[in-house]
Design a protein around this ligand. Sequence first.
Ligand code: CUA
Length: 155
Amino acid sequence: MHVERYEKIFMALTLVVLLAALATIGVGVFAAEVHLPAPAGRVDPRQIRQTAPFDQPGVREVAPGEYEAVIIARAWAFEPNEIRVPRGSTVRFRVASADVIHGFLVENTNINVMVIPGQVAEVAARFDRPGEYVFLCHEYCGFGHHQMFGKVIVE
Ligand code: CUA
C-alpha cells in the first residue's frame, strides 16, 4: 500500500491532537480536580425542619471571618431571605429544598447551583466589597418563582 507523505503527516497530526485532548482531560480531572458538583449531603424534604442544620436556618460565625448560612428554599421564598456579614467574610452556603427543584444564584459571585430536593447544595464565596448581593431562584418553580429572592448584606 502506498501512503503519501502528506497523508503520513496528517495522520501524525491527528494523533497529536487526540493525545493533547486526552491529556487536557486528564490534567483537568486528576491534577486540577475539575469535576461536576456533587451533593454535600442528603436531607429528606419532608423532614427538613427537623433535620440539622435546617432546623435552624440562618447565618452563624463558625470561625473568625468565616460564616455558615443555612437556607431553606421553598415555594416561593428563601428562609432566611436576608443574610448579614461583615466585609471580608467567607460565607459557606448550605441550601436545601423543602419541596421542588429551585436554583440558587448570588449576583457578583460565582455561586450558581441547582437546589434539588433531597440534596444539600454547598457553595462558598468571599465578600470583600461592602454592599448588597441579591440572591435568587433561577429554576422555574411555579407561580411565585419570580418573587423568590433575598440578599446578602455585606457591612
Ligand atoms: Cu424557586 Cu424558582
